[in-house]
Design a protein around this ligand. Structure first.
Ligand SMILES: NC(=O)c1ccc[n+]([C@@H]2O[C@H](COP(=O)([O-])OP(=O)(O)OC[C@H]3O[C@@H](n4cnc5c(N)ncnc54)[C@H](OP(=O)(O)O)[C@@H]3O)[C@@H](O)[C@H]2O)c1
Length: 345
């Protein structure tokens, strides 16, 4: 059994780890932390987990190295875990950090979009935890920078087309819609029921913090520095991200040709599903799963391709990906604990 700890286990990504790891045969969750819920039963706080974490409570810990675990999932807001990551790595532990702290390779860009970085020495060694791009590096990593939810949906959608140099790298426009769990469990005014239900709106237009992460990864794939226009929207649903991505084509490829490129690129990938011509992804089809569904259509009239990808922000966009990364780091079957039942109605 591999012993894992969930630091910040009372939030949404912490809940999702608990939900998925309840079905993981080779992992023992040995500590779940929360300051607010210290001493509270896991099953009382998350009734849907009743029967899976009997007698287990949230603990608080000042020094995470006192926890007897091999792998630490850090589910904390950005910057809250930077010092802990340093301490854990120095103590010989492996860390999967779900925050943005180690995703951005250039510390100056991180500090421009987020805040001061106090563990810069670890940024270079951190591996961006997208198995479809960095599987071999993930296997031997000590520190995983688990990707952001929007970047996951965008990078997976464009990866095959960029690799094959089929689209104009200066023409990418991304229109993403996310369910409200993407903002975490502590509600802000704009996330209360009255203001969010039956509503739909754009936010942080041209200034969302996931923009530099998207640009970093797409630039690395394209082998040229590129910028994107990225507009996120808030959907009145609890989970899910649907990204609609527009790009100019270099040539006159057909929908079928581009679907073939994507299918061949992702052949053998356990969690990528390329939909057939005429079919488009829907949030219902990925809810609670680690799948990323991708569909696309060529608009011959404008010379553009429109790629649509759907993920569950808490699963492939966060905790499912974190478990996929852990499976690779430990040498388990990559799909272990992630073959959850799809629920579409
Ligand atoms: N939600 C998503 O869809 C998603 C997707 C990808 C990545 N992420 C990233 O994953 C991380 C966690 O997101 P989340 O949605 O789970 O957030 P969340 O629901 O707000 O949960 C945050 C957790 O961190 C703990 N915490 C907060 N401040 C802390 C501090 N200063 N020191 C120690 N513990 C602290 C909270 O518990 P206590 O306050 O009780 O200690 C809670 O357990 C964030 O960095 C987020 O950007 C989220």
């Amino acid at each position: 059994m591999t012993k894992v700890a969930i630091i910040g286990g009372s939030g949404y990504t912490g809940y999702e780890l608990l939900r998925l790891l309840a079905g993981h045969e080779k992992v023992e969750v040995c500590a779940i932390t929360s300051r607010q819920f210290k001493g509270t039963s896991i099953e009382d706080e998350f009734p849907s987990l009743k029967g899976f974490y009997e007698g287990r409570i949230f603990i608080d810990a000042n020094d995470y190295t006192s926890i007897d675990a091999d792998i630490f999932f850090l589910c904390l807001p950005h910057s809250a875990g930077m010092e802990a990551v340093k301490t854990l790595i120095n103590a010989g532990k492996k860390v999967i950090d779900l925050s943005a702290d180690f995703r951005i390779k250039d510390p100056a860009i991180y500090e421009e979009w987020y805040t001061k970085h106090t563990a810069k020495e670890l940024i270079a060694e951190a591996v961006y935890g997208l198995p479809e791009l960095y599987r071999e590096k993930i296997r031997t990593a000590r520190l995983i920078a688990n990707p952001g939810c929007y970047p996951t949906s965008v990078v997976l959608g464009l990866l095959p087309l960029l690799k094959d140099n089929l689209i104009d790298t200066n023409s990418i426009i991304i229109d993403s819609k996310s369910g409200s769990s993407g903002a975490g469990r502590t509600p802000g005014k704009e996330l209360n029921f009255v203001e969010e239900s039956l509503n739909f709106k754009a936010y942080k237009v041209g200034e969302h913090r996931h923009t530099p992460e998207i640009e970093q990864e797409l630039s690395a794939i394209a082998k040229t520095s590129l910028n994107v226009s990225f507009t996120p929207h808030l959907l009145p649903v609890s989970r899910g991200i649907l990204s609609t991505i527009y790009a100019n084509l270099h040539g006159t490829n057909s929908t079928e040709e581009l679907l073939k490129v994507s299918s061949e690129f992702y052949d053998g990938e356990p969690f990528i599903r390329i939909l057939s011509s005429g079919k488009l992804p829907e949030l219902d089809d990925v809810r609670g799963t680690n799948f990323c569904d991708i569909g696309l259509k060529v608009d011959a009239r404008t010379g553009r391709v429109i790629v649509i990808s759907a993920i569950d922000n808490l699963t492939k966009g966060a905790s499912g990906a974190a478990i996929q990364n852990m499976n690779l780091m430990v040498g388990f079957d990559e799909e272990e604990g992630l073959l959850t039942q799809v629920v579409s109605v």
